[in-house]
Design a protein around this ligand. Structure first.
Ligand code: PGA
Length: 242
């Protein structure tokens, strides 16, 4: 399977840096790897207009179809401007915006209705890992979100241990791969074939290779995706594993 490396800018960048990033990353884009960049809402349209090869994604979408939801952005609006994918269930949204598995399930439905590809994030907190609950937590997130899900061809899963996100301390690759393999089997048992499972959490050019070597299908990258240079390095590393 082709590796997939996705930039998640979170609430960072400004418009001119965003467009410059696109130009620089596209200039060095390896053919052998799939990629995408998930940008803040307000930069999506100019990025779609500028991008030649990199699919542009959103970091969120509304759980409702349309209507009286001040401040929200509907799935159809993303599709309307040419957005191709969306991150759903990121732990920062679960934590700061009280996103429950139920809301996440609705968001998956909105994404599918609007032909958006999905990166579904799952992962445990440090307390849950210490309590030995990692697999239980991840499987429950998956089963709640993916109940009655059918559009497997649109799905990628990102295993992101919450304690490894933005901390500079990634999960040990052996531990990450154990969970990734469990996720693969679990999703397969639910009916999903050939679903890519990415690792996310403090990926950097100097540690990414280990995750690929142990079997991750790619990465969801926050901090190290903000610089075009470091993101291009990650793409190059992944292209050597395709
Ligand atoms: P990080 O973020 O690479 O900055 O740890 C990853 C993510 O939250 O997707």
């Amino acid at each position: 399977m082709r590796k997939f490396v996705v930039a998640n800018w979170k609430m960072n960048m400004d418009l001119s840096s965003a467009l410059k990033w696109l130009e620089e990353v596209e200039a060095n884009l390896p053919d052998a790897v799939d990629t995408a960049v998930c940008a803040p809402y307000v930069y999506l349209l100019p990025m779609v207009e500028k991008a030649e090869r990199i699919p542009i994604g959103a970091q969120n979408l509304a759980f409702a179809k349309s209507g009286a939801y001040t401040g929200e952005v509907a799935g159809y609006m993303l599709r309307d401007i040419g957005v191709k994918l969306v991150i759903i269930g990121h732990s920062e949204r679960r934590r700061h915006f009280n996103e429950t598995d139920e809301i996440i399930k609705l968001k998956l439905e909105r994404a599918i209705e609007n032909s958006l590809d999905i990166i579904l994030c799952v992962g445990e907190t440090l307390e849950q890992r210490r309590a030995g609950e990692t697999l239980q937590v991840v499987k429950s997130q998956l089963s709640n979100a993916l109940r009655e899900f059918r559009n497997w061809e649109r799905l990628t899963i990102a295993y992101e241990p919450v304690w490894a996100i933005g901390t500079g301390v990634p999960c040990e690759p052996e531990d990450a791969i154990e969970v990734i393999n469990e996720i693969r089997q679990y999703v397969k048992d639910m009916g999903g074939q050939n679903i890519r499972v990415l690792y996310g959490g403090s990926i950097k050019p100097d540690n990414f290779e280990q995750f690929l070597k142990f079997g991750a299908d790619g990465g969801l990258v926050g901090g190290a995706s903000l610089s075009a240079e470091s993101f291009s390095k990650l793409l190059k590393i992944a292209s050597e594993y395709c």
